[in-house]
Design a protein around this ligand. Structure first.
Ligand code: DGL
Length: 266
């Protein structure tokens, strides 16, 4: 009997977390919720997005009765994790900017956080920097188009490399002879562009994708819970797809998922 986990994102970015869950916890039954009706979250006003996600996930939790929920989205996690934990007696695993990891690994003392425009404005992000990286020089970069570029890539469409270069350019800072050496990928869509980012980066940096740590945390959380099975129409390792727009999964959904599972996310 496997455990049932809801994985939630605005689109296919959460696949960067799914690939790690599949690798580390192959018996978990995944119900993937793509809130495509609301994509991109990065454009939403804060309070409206909070209410929207709390209500929506409340409905899905009642319907699927999962053992755990993975909020595979930084934009959502930094906003609603506390509200969700206060309302539901199940485990939530969030995806928040990997600032602690970057602070531990940076050699130059300069790193950047690349995220949606709203994530880099959140108190949650400022608090992580104050708590874990007080001595680092942190550059916060809000990217407007990157999540859509990642959706293009996953769908097999060409990526606009000039747009990609322009979006990541502000991540590269130089100060007193030191240079940025880490870019934190603080949106779950971005690992699917990491190899292309490396191609257009002005100098080599490490692109930090925390998805492995999120899957490990899910394993810890599930270890403390009982089992529950679920049915649904499976696509590869995903038991069921839900698109909030009400549309059916696109005909090439297996291709999108295969591409996501096979892609190098560094
Ligand atoms: N994948 C989401 C994140 O991690 C956001 C993408 C969006 O703007 O919808 O922040």
């Amino acid at each position: 009997m496997s455990r049932r986990v809801l994985v939630f994102d605005s689109g296919f970015g959460g696949f960067s977390v799914v690939r790690e869950i599949v690798a580390q916890l192959p018996d978990v039954e995944i119900v993937y919720i793509a809130d495509d009706a609301a994509f991109p979250f990065g454009d939403w006003e804060e309070e409206a997005l909070r209410t929207h996600i709390v209500d929506l996930l409340g409905d899905f939790i009642a319907r699927y009765r999962p053992d755990a929920v993975v909020i595979a989205c930084n934009t959502a996690s930094t906003l609603v994790l506390a509200d969700l934990r206060a309302r539901h007696a199940i485990s939530f695993v969030g995806t928040v900017p990997a600032i602690k990891m970057a602070a531990e690994r940076t050699k130059s003392g300069l790193f950047s956080v690349l995220a949606t425009p709203v994530t880099v404005r959140r108190d949650y992000t400022f608090d992580l920097i104050a708590q874990f990286a007080p001595a680092a020089k942190v550059t916060l970069v809000g990217a407007v188009h990157l999540a859509a570029l990642a959706e293009d890539r996953l769908a097999g469409r060409p990526v606009d490399m000039d747009a990609l270069r322009a979006e990541i350019a502000p991540c590269f800072a130089e100060r007193d002879g030191a240079r940025t050496d880490i870019v934190v990928l603080a949106c779950t869509h971005y690992p699917f562009l990491a190899d292309l980012m490396a191609e257009v980066a002005p100098w080599p940096v490490a692109f930090l994708n925390p998805a492995g740590a999120i899957a490990r945390q899910l394993g810890v959380v599930l270890g403390a819970h009982g089992d529950d099975g679920c049915g649904g129409s499976a696509v590869g390792p995903i038991a069921e797809f839900v698109f909030t727009s009400g549309r059916q999964a696109p005909p090439d959904i297996s291709g999108i998922l295969d591409r996501a599972l096979a892609m190098s996310t560094r």
